[in-house]
Every structure is written in structure tokens, then in C-alpha cells.
Ligand binder design. Structure first.
Ligand code: BLA
Length: 312
């Protein structure tokens, strides 16, 4: 087979994922996203062709400046998965973060698995999606290929995880009709979000199982650029940045974001943020710090139950 990305060296080998015993006793109160982290690690890590990636030393035991917040990082790769990582930041009941990304190799145009869950005592910010590599409203065949048959999933889960009100407009281009975007509060996320998380991850793994690689160099280049554009967006505009900087300081956060969380940013392409998103150029040729260039919009779900974009 082909070598894995040189993320940090050799694979850790089999058995280095969390087994079922650890899953049971880690569901202690307050650690709401720990079972999510464990599920992802177990489901992905136990697949026969998947190997764990050995993290660089500095990302293996990251110590937060507050001395109490912990982070768990696990990453994998396979013949079809370029990079899969699960991140769990645990500050106890005051803050819980789960961030998971699954990125295919460029021979595949399958969507990107994306979970971004942020919870404090008073609020939840939740994004769960299979982010499309290509626009599902312009490239209809892409929508048909990957999303149409999965619409029952979102129609089911959106009932208990209702649309989270106005969203940074440009984020929408990275979301699919399948996206669960919610700020739902006062509910037991282990009963509402956890089943959705499992469904979405298993659906993504099934897509990957069925996917056939392309050998067309133009298609490979197109997939790779779409993924690089996505990573460039997220690494630059990530709403988690301020949190990470506060926890780990500017320098380590920067390396963590560029080399680990959005791995591929430096290896899949050379275009800059402003090459992809020229509308963010300021007068002195820097990237505008603003996150919402065109305001927030969509106070209700902008797709119908078939995943067609509603014309406003
Ligand atoms: C919040 N994360 C958010 C929000 C969105 C996303 C839409 C709400 C704030 C906003 O409107 O921008 C998610 N936005 C996305 C995604 C895309 C996008 C997935 O454009 C594109 C595909 N987020 C991360 C990582 C961390 C993280 C790695 O990606 C931390 C490790 C955390 N997301 C995070 C935090 C918040 C957040 C802390 C809350 C920020 C705040 O409002 O305080």
C-alpha cells in the first residue's frame, strides 16, 4: 500500500485505541463529550485497514495554561482516509469541546466528516455535517451522489436539534443540506446529539467503504484543491482560535492548528487564504479579521427536506 502522510512519524500499530472498558468508566458526570470521543476512536481505530498516527511530541501531552483543562488527541489514516482526528477538550462542567475531522485522500471526492461541539454551563454551539467538497446547489450530481439518500438522517435529528438561528453567512458554503447546526439548550445531549453523531460518523464511514478512487489526474487535483481551500478557510477563520490561544499560547496554538488540527494545509497546496477568498483582502493586503463579511443570515434552515436550497 501507499505510505501514510508524514504527520509525525510511524503508525502506533494495532491496539492503541481505547477499548470498551475505558469507554464505560469514562462517562462520568460533566464529561459530556468523552463518550463521543471514545466512539469515534473506537469505530475508526478498529477498522482493519486503519492505523493510528503517532503524534508529534508537543501535541501528545498538551498542558493548558490554566493547569486544569485537558485535551485528548487521536489521529488515524487508511488507504482511503488521508487524515482522521478526534479532539476532546475537557475543562470540566464549565467547558467541553469536541472537534472531529475526517478527510479523504485526494483520489476520493467524498465529503469531509465535521463535528464541532462547544458547550459551557450556559450555552451550546453545535455543528455536525458531512462538509461537501463541491457546492451541493451548483453541482447537483454531487448532491445526488452523497446527500439525497441521507436526508432522512437530518430530517430525523433536526426535530430535536433545531436550527441554531443566524449563522455567519460564508460558513454556509462549507455546509451541506445534511448539516445539523444548533444551539439547543436544556436537553440531554447524550440522548439527542450522541445518536446523531453516531449516525453521521457511521454514514460517513459507509460512504468511504463504498468509494472508488479516481485515476484521472485532473479530478485528483480538483479534489485536492477543494480540500486545501477548506483547510485554509478553517485554519484561518476557526472560531476556536481565541480559546486555543488562551489555553496554549500563541505559538503552540499556531502549530497545533496548522500542523495538526488542519493537517494538509501545508502539504496539499500552495495557494493562500487571499487567493481563495480575495474578498477578505484589506487595504494593506492583510486578511481581514472579520468573520462575517456579509452579515449573518438564515434564521431558519435554508434547505427543504429534500436538501434543495430555498430561494430567499
Ligand atoms: C463556534 N464553530 C463555531 C460556530 C460555527 C462553527 C459556525 C459559531 C460561531 C460562528 O458563527 O462562526 C463551525 N464554522 C464552523 C465550521 C465551519 C465554519 C465547521 O465556517 C466550516 C466548515 N472550532 C474548531 C476547533 C475548535 C473549535 C478546532 O474548529 C477548538 C478546538 C471551537 N467553535 C469552537 C468554539 C466556538 C465555536 C470555542 C465558540 C466561539 C464563541 O462564540 O465563543
Amino acid at each position: 500500500g501507499r505510505g501514510h502522510d508524514n504527520l509525525a512519524g510511524a503508525g502506533e500499530g494495532e491496539g492503541d485505541f481505547l477499548g470498551p472498558e475505558q469507554v464505560e468508566d469514562s462517562e462520568s458526570e460533566g464529561n459530556i463529550y468523552r463518550p463521543f470521543f471514545n466512539f469515534a476512536v473506537r469505530e475508526v481505530g478498529s477498522r482493519p485497514d486503519v492505523s493510528a498516527l503517532l503524534l508529534k511530541e508537543e501535541f501528545r501531552n498538551m498542558v493548558a495554561k490554566d493547569g486544569t483543562t485537558t485535551v485528548l488527541n487521536k489521529a488515524f489514516a487508511s488507504s482511503k482516509m488521508r487524515f482522521f482526528r478526534s479532539t476532546y477538550i475537557n475543562a470540566g462542567p464549565s467547558m467541553q469541546v469536541l472537534n472531529v475531522a475526517g478527510l479523504p485522500r485526494p483520489e476520493y471526492d467524498v465529503p469531509i466528516f465535521c463535528a464541532d461541539f462547544f458547550s459551557t454551563a450556559s450555552r451550546n454551539i453545535i455543528v455536525l455535517d458531512l462538509n461537501p467538497l463541491f457546492s451541493t446547489s451548483i453541482d447537483i450530481s454531487y448532491k445526488q451522489r452523497y446527500y439525497d439518500e441521507l436526508m432522512p438522517l437530518v430530517n430525523k435529528h433536526a426535530e430535536v436539534l433545531p436550527w441554531g438561528d443566524r449563522l455567519t453567512t460564508e460558513s454556509l458554503q462549507f455546509f451541506s443540506p445534511l448539516v445539523l447546526w444548533t444551539k439547543a439548550q436544556g436537553q440531554d445531549l447524550s440522548k439527542t446529539l450522541y445518536p446523531a453523531f453516531k449516525d453521521y460518523l457511521l454514514a460517513w464511514l459507509l460512504i468511504l467503504d463504498k468509494a472508488q478512487p479516481t485515476v484521472d489526474p485532473l479530478e485528483i487535483a480538483r479534489n485536492q484543491e477543494a480540500q486545501h481551500r477548506y483547510l485554509t478557510w478553517r485554519a484561518t477563520k476557526d472560531p476556536g482560535r481565541p480559546l486555543l490561544t488562551r489555553l496554549y499560547g500563541e505559538e503552540l496554538s499556531e502549530r497545533y492548528i496548522e500542523d495538526y488540527l488542519f493537517h494538509g494545509l501545508k502539504t496539499l497546496g500552495t495557494k493562500s487564504f487571499l487567493d481563495y477568498f480575495p474578498e477578505y483582502r484589506t487595504e494593506d493586503d492583510t486578511v481581514s479579521k472579520q468573520r462575517s463579511m456579509v452579515g449573518k443570515s438564515f434564521s431558519t434552515r435554508p434547505w427543504d427536506e429534500h436538501g434543495n436550497f430555498r430561494v430567499n
